[in-house]
Design a protein around this ligand. Structure first.
Ligand code: GLU
Length: 454
């Protein structure tokens, strides 16, 4: 069993941002890839913002994405408690170590960390030699993604505030030490904190973990980092919109990582096999809703019809498109037609509303286009009796009789199709026409055509 121990250390905020989800996923992937341990640690020192509700959103989001943690809330583990709010005794103990080592002082009621002192321990022979040469030595971070990063920490910083609360840098490092974390995989926005953290590790006489700072996720348009207000930023919304967790997880894995072979749709087992630091991009990645939808569509198409219907039904009910008591066989038949065109489950309501509702809107452009060739009412009046007389209202039977009729008129059967489709759906496109008429059934089709003819 590998010794790798990674952690996802969120501060619950009430939503599960795609950037946090990506950090969680990369840590999880690395743990699963190496056979290591994935720890979930809740950095809940900000009491105002850390409610039970906020924690729930986070845990549910993690579960939905299938990111199971080996240690942490609910899972337990030998290194708990896994909530920073419950670890004060450990922070006191670690603070005492720094006090004993002469690395703290008090000023304005706060406890400060003193930068000078034995800053570099023997673990890094290279640095020790360098220190002889140069006086103010920057901290060197051998980042698994960024490469060598140097940064000098010039000012002492606060460890414990006036009100007795420990600061993020301190508790973050103490927990990484106390929990035996070997690799810190986190967003690049933390790179600027890392020199402070390395100073603290050194002061404790502990070799810092390996760092891997992953690039930012930029919003779809513009240059900024994706924020919680940007469309597509929140994991819980994907769940509500009926996206498939496997598709979202697959997409997020590609935000900043790639398998180097252009592949996009991958089984999670394959991603686990291939995931490693060299595959993480240095450059920022950009959120691309279209790509996510396309990937989701691929996953949706692979579902069997029963599962697809099971997932789509509640959304269609909620959207008011499908009645609660709608016949399951009809629903399934309709979804069977629409599934190949589905990009996400929430767009299904638009795609198939007219199957269930007689009051569909007539697309004007399509209407005008059709009317340019021939009067659709005339064409429909011709075929209506044929449809009415069919006992067996199947796609095959429709094809045979409509073709026979067209031939008798010296027409191609396709001359009738746009008008037929338009009259029963109001649309210019949709599933294949004849199977669609079969699913709608004779009664519905005939009454819609009659209403259209007027
Ligand atoms: N609580 C910090 C955050 O949510 C953790 C940073 C880290 O991973 O070290 O950004």
């Amino acid at each position: 069993m590998s010794q790798v121990r990674v952690r996802f250390a969120p501060s619950p905020t009430g939503f599960f941002h795609i950037g946090s989800a990506r950090t969680a996923l990369f840590n999880w992937l690395y743990a699963r890839h190496t056979g290591g341990t994935f720890v979930l640690r809740i950095e809940d020192t900000d009491k105002e913002r850390n409610t039970d509700e906020a924690l729930k959103v986070l845990l549910e989001g993690m579960r939905w994405l299938g990111l199971d943690w080996d240690e942490g809330p609910e899972a337990g583990g030998e290194y708990g408690p896994y909530f920073q709010s419950q670890r004060q005794a450990i922070y006191d103990e670690y603070l005492q170590k720094l006090v004993d080592a002469g690395r703290t002082y008090e000023k304005d009621g706060a406890i400060w960390f003193k930068l000078e002192g034995e800053r570099y321990t023997a673990y890094d022979e290279y640095l020790k030699a360098e220190i002889e040469k140069v006086k103010t030595q920057p901290v060197v971070i051998e980042d698994a993604v960024r490469g060598r990063v140097e940064r000098a920490e010039e000012k002492d910083f606060v460890l414990v505030r006036k009100d007795g609360s420990p600061v993020f840098h301190f508790v973050n490092v103490v927990d990484d030490i106390a929990m035996g974390i070997t690799h810190v995989i986190r967003g690049e926005d933390h790179l600027s904190n890392t020199s402070k953290h390395v100073e603290l590790f050194n002061a404790f006489g502990v070799e810092p973990p390996k760092f891997a700072h992953i690039p930012l996720i930029l919003k779809e348009e513009g240059s900024g980092k994706m924020s919680k207000r940007d469309k597509g930023a929140l994991i819980e919304e994907y769940e509500e919109r009926g996206f498939l967790a496997a598709a979202v997880r697959n997409y997020i894995s590609l935000l900043g990582w790639n398998p180097k072979d252009e592949r996009e749709k991958m089984e999670i087992g394959e991603i686990i096999d291939l995931f490693d630091f060299p595959g993480i991009n240095k450059g920022n990645s950009r959120f691309d809703e279209k790509k996510l939808s396309a990937l989701n569509a691929e996953y949706l198409r692979e579902l069997n019809l029963e599962s697809f219907t099971f997932l789509a039904r509640p959304l269609l009910n909620q959207a008011g498109v499908v009645a609660e008591d709608e016949d399951e066989d009809y629903l399934q038949a309709v979804l069977g037609l629409c599934q190949p065109k589905a990009r996400s489950l929430d767009t299904m309501s638009e795609l198939c509303a007219y199957f269930f509702q007689d009051e569909y809107t007539m697309d004007e452009k399509t209407g005008n286009k059709i009317a340019k060739k021939a009067d659709p009412k005339d064409l429909l009046a011709e075929v209506l009796p044929i449809l009415e007389s069919l006992d067996n209202f199947t796609a095959d039977a429709l094809k045979t009789s409509l073709e026979a009729h067209a031939e008798s008129k010296g027409q191609k059967v396709f001359a009738y199709f746009p008008s037929l489709r338009y009259s029963v759906s109001g649309q210019g496109g949709g599933p294949d026409l004849l199977p669609m008429l079969e699913v709608m059934g004779k009664e519905r089709v005939v009454s819609r055509i009659k209403r259209f003819i007027g």
